[in-house]
Design a protein around this ligand. Structure first.
Ligand code: NAD
Length: 486
């Protein structure tokens, strides 16, 4: 699939109209830095203000549409996303750098999410019951919140926007959506598809702008009623602090520092596959990526040997080339961050397997998967989120020490254990401090019809996805009615 000669220019979409920004930003393919995927017209704060205004104006009518109208639009959009999975998957792989199968899978996920929330729009979400006082009826209804700011990271350019935008729309909210600067193309396509599926103008608005410029409008405007944000702990915390005392609803999904425990009862092949898929899939750039491998002493050396062999056979290259196991790191600064943590690990006494530059025919940010062996839990690499194809190994005396080490994480999004011992598996599931627990599965890889989220510094506010979404995207109203007829 060859790149077009003239990259197209993508603009913000406000009230159904495409709007120019104040500058441009090339969207560069991380597998091939000579390939410009598109050019984003970069919005300023004024465009963001207009987007919020458009969403606020569209809210009264949209919030009174029937669930069936909203369901139909989401269903149509989901069908188009699924029908175009090959093309949109290629676009996603080209702008973000995950492999084509991973990117196509993400697009399919986005289509499934749109269809899931199409169904959710039609489900009952209220209660009707008798009062504890005679002759009075009580109803508990769910109403849309209002204007929702949706702010998303670069690592899931279509699935994360879909899992925020779809429930927002399903429950009758209007949206201002700001994707990450690195991935405007997938975001633009999603908004375009939803618009053509029948959304009235202004219901979903897209702002292609820098976080520092347009972010404060989307999080600080008095016309915004709710903010759903996925990104780093530092940005999320800043948003939370800036909204303190305003009464705006805030939902944050932030970083992860996810342990995978491997015990002497593990099947070694399963353990290695869980580790490589969880740690190096999507180039390790997942909030749920396995980061710390806590391995009990009795299997430690065999596990490290098996990991080394598996990593040798791991192909790093162009995200869109068939046979590539792992695409590039997303950009230069993330690559520098990955290397920085590997240097730190070495300086703190670790031995690093892999992590070297990968020769390639195209210029790209290629890094071989890396495993830091011989680390202690208090080493920097085990305390901070790396967000690259980098894992570390911590040796534990036994299962109980492994659990204790795994529970030292403060960004408790996902945790896993590989074991064939039922007692260990059950104990870990009950005693892990993570928001999501995987047994004999990679720490990454979740379903869309169940809640998603972490504990500790990793999440704030109601859970996302599945039946949990109603909590954030609606407000509850309790009404009491007396017959009024004596
Ligand atoms: P980031 O925090 O740098 O940016 C996230 C979004 O916030 C981007 O759209 C960015 O432009 C915007 N932004 C930046 N400054 C802002 C401001 N002042 N106000 C409002 N918005 C602002 O994160 P990133 O580098 O895009 O993504 C990587 C991070 O996201 C990692 O920490 C990863 O763990 C996290 N993440 C978490 C989850 C989860 O569900 N927990 C999922 C994916 C990614």
């Amino acid at each position: 699939m060859s790149a077009p000669s003239e990259p197209r220019v993508l603009r913000s979409i406000l009230g159904g109209q495409q709007v120019d920004g104040v500058g441009t930003r090339p969207n560069v393919n991380p597998s091939d830095l000579d390939d410009v995927v598109c050019v984003a017209s970069v919005a300023d704060a004024r465009v963001a203000e207009d987007a919020v205004e458009a969403a606020a104006e569209a809210f009264p009518a949209w919030s009174h549409t029937t669930p069936w109208q909203r369901a139909e639009i989401l269903d149509r959009a989901g069908s188009e996303v699924l029908a175009r999975a090959d093309e949109l998957g290629d676009l996603l792989a080209r702008e973000e750098g995950k492999t084509y199968p991973e990117a196509r899978g993400e697009v399919v996920r986005a289509g499934q999410i749109l269809k899931y929330f199409s169904g959710v729009a039609l489900q009952p979400h209220g209660l009707a019951l008798d009062s504890v006082r005679p002759g009075i009826e009580v109803t508990v209804t769910r109403e849309p919140v209002g204007v929702v700011s949706v702010i998303t990271p670069w690592n899931f350019p279509i699935a994360i926007p879909a899992w925020k935008i779809a429930p927002a729309l399903a429950f009758g909210n209007t949206v201002v959506f700001k994707p990450a600067d690195l991935v405007p193309a997938s975001a633009w396509e999603l908004v375009d598809i939803l618009g053509r599926a029948g959304l009235p103008d202004g219901v979903l608005n897209l702002v292609l702008g820098r976080g520092s410029e347009v972010g404060p409008v989307l999080t600080g405007s008095r016309r915004v009623d709710a903010i759903t944000f996925t990104g780093s702990v530092s940005t999320g915390r800043g948003i939370l602090a800036s909204t303190a005392g305003t009464g705006v609803k805030v939902q944050l999904e932030l970083g992860g520092k996810n342990p995978l425990v491997v015990t002497g009862h593990a099947d070694l092949d399963v353990a290695v596959e869980c580790a490589v898929q969880g740690g190096f899939g999507s180039t390790g750039q997942r909030c749920t990526a396995s980061s710390i491998l806590v391995v009990t002493d009795d299997i430690h050396d065999a596990f490290v040997d098996a990991m080394t062999a598996r990593m040798d056979a791991w192909t790093v290259g162009d995200a869109r080339t068939s046979g590539t196991d792992m695409g590039p790191v997303v950009d230069e600064s993330q690559l520098a961050q990955d290397r920085h943590y590997l240097d730190l690990a070495r300086s703190e006494g670790a031995y690093v397997i892999g992590g070297v530059e990968v020769p390639s025919a195209t210029s790209g940010h290629f890094l071989a998967p890396a495993l830091a062996v011989g680390t202690a839990i208090d080493h920097t690499i085990n305390q901070e989120e790396v967000f690259g194809p980098v894992m570390s190994v911590v040796r534990a005396a036994d299962y109980h020490e492994a659990l204790a080490l795994a529970n030292t994480s403060t960004m408790n999004l996902s945790a896993g254990i590989v074991t064939t011992d039922l007692a260990e598996a059950a104990h870990f599931r009950r005693n892990s401090k993570a928001g999501m627990v995987m047994v004999n599965l990679p720490t990454a890889g979740v379903d869309f019809h169940v809640p998603f989220g972490g504990r500790g510094e990793s999440s704030h506010g109601p859970r996302e996805q599945g039946p949990a979404a109603v909590e954030f995207f609606t407000v509850s109203k309790t009404s009491y009615t007396a017959p009024g007829i004596p």
